[in-house]
Design a protein around this ligand. Sequence first.
Ligand code: MOS
Length: 740
Amino acid sequence: MSRAAPDPQSNMGNPEPRLDGRLKVTGEARYGSDFVVGNPAYAFLVTSSIAKGRIESMDLRDARTVPGVLEIFNHENTGELKDIKYAKGGGGPTSSIQGFGPQIQYGGQIVAMVVADTFEAAREAAHKVRVSYQPDQPSATFDSLGISEQPFNDGLPQAGDAEQAYGTADVQLETQYETPTQHHNSIELFTTTCAWRDNQLTIYEPSQFVYGLKANAAKKIGVNIADVHAVSPFVGGAFGSKAQFSPRTGLVALAARRLNRPVKLVATRDQGFTIQTYRAETRHRIRIGAERGGKITSFIHEGWEVTSRPDPYSVSGVEDSARLYGFGAVKTGVTLVHADRNTPGFMRSPPVVPYIYALESAIDELAVKLEMDPIELRRINDASIDATGKQWSSRSLLKCYDQAAERFGWANRNAQPGSMRDGDWLIGWGCASAVYPTHVGAAAARVRLMANGTADVQIAAHDLGTGAYTVIGQMAAESLGIPLASVTVELGDSELPPAPVAGGSNTTASACSAVMKACQAIQAKLTQSSDDQVTVGSASGDRSKLNLEDRFKKLGVGAIEEYAEYLPPGAKPDAMKNLYAGTPFLGGGSKGEKLMYAMGAEFVEVRVHALTREIRVPRIVGAFAAGRLMNTRTARSQYMGAMIWGISSALHEATEIDPRTARYVNDNLADYLIPVNADIQDVDVILVPEEDKFVNPVGVKGIGELGNVGTAAAVANAVYHATGIRVRKLPIRLEKLLAT
Ligand code: MOS
């Protein structure tokens, strides 16, 4: 693996090691359930074994006989919990389905929670809760009896007469693709610990949005927002699953208040499949019309997405797929399919993972049909504006292709499927584009610079394992001209100034913009104190340190503290007030004046065994351009992790749902397949320099969700090249390569 040194000309920050690295490897980092609360009681959930129907009765007698049981909560004694409105997106409730019965609306719905002196007693009693159900026949997914369909087309991109252009095109391609249900399965489980003191509630819970957690918890239990404090300094993986407010939190808060004692819940791995959100299964129908020379004249993308009965959750990735190339005319549509399921939610790169998989598979199919190199086809259709007339703020897709193709050795590819072979292994080479909208949100930060040259940064942003502590610290160090080692960063606490939900890869852009503003305000004060206009401080040198002390002396203070608010373009004046109240504003992507996107190109080699059809991925190369990189080390790690997840989506992951019962079958890490070390070999990341000051003052595009977008299509395209078999339904497992 190459490790390019940072190049000062290339808009790339230093590869600083993580500020929180030591805390993590020594076990000192406190995750939600690690916080010590006095004399906690322990909770264990009981979840529904049917997906649709009613609870007829709940027999708690046996459960109550378990020594140490304190209370059992269910729909009969939790009426004081308020129903709060479903809100798609950052911080809102995960689902309209918030009750614990008697009506059952999906498999695994919470129906009771036992609280006991010990975890073991709570677990034992939970297994002794006997629930009698009156079941109805549930509708599980696509093609199930009883589903209902709802067109969901508001504001999706349309341009020209795409049907007409398709009908008259020289070359027509029509294909269909399908992606499965997936579950997050972060290492850290879903946990909630609640403690009351003087009518003030503290919630320790892994969260991508502590202000949303605080605001929704207050509404749910009917207290003032000022009386709730949410704490989440470390998050052990989230990927969208910890972005919204889930029913368990209100239940634990209520239990702690009723028992006048802190209550701690750590849900089990299988419960995590149903008490939180998931990536819903999708279907796609794509039609592309093109000239023989490769110019695409029409692109029609229709998607179908499964959701719950009540909630219109949709990722609508046609918003992105329809803009990626200079399609002459565009028609898009999305249909929601309502079934007896919990409401799905965000999962890493929610819109683009399924929709760009479909697009990038179709582009490869078109290249085959045109007998054209797939990179050349993308080159012909590269454009500075999309079909609706919107311009890109910056677009480095072809640069990414050029660099990745060279590193990969694409020029040596024989385009004929099945033509490249190494003994019993069929070799396939495939590529695909990655794309992710650049989101920027309203954020606030407080920075305090001390006369001794150290600084504290406070912002309720979230580090999900991504490196947020480090890059936010780097922004402060750079703006104040002090070493990173002199900066302390506090995140993940609702008492700090608010940052948006850590979703849509906006954290670095939003948080760093606010931190930079606060630091500039400090610089302005320091500069006032001095006759000269030299920027105070410098990363090294005693002279500047003396200067700093002198300046503080002149000002007659020991520290300067500045609070700053950053509002991105498109934010209404009340965006900051709303953020404080738990509703974030995120702008950017396709919504603004220009199209703001990060891009990349991914190249994959697969080896398919000629006899057993075993599929391996010995190497993957990804080149990515995402504006300014604050830290090349954490960026590289994000891209590597993302591509590994992409390989997982391509070959491994799928939650199986039993169509008869609408319940998940493989809700554990033994049966829910994810890659192990042996599945991942050479992962190579190329950081492509790009400068874009339009996207935000710091020039940062999000990278967290970019790297896994192109992988599944690249793998599928490589499998086709190896075998001549086009698999259009993920994941690609060996049984799908046995036919023909
Ligand atoms: Mo990410 S799936 O936008 O939390």
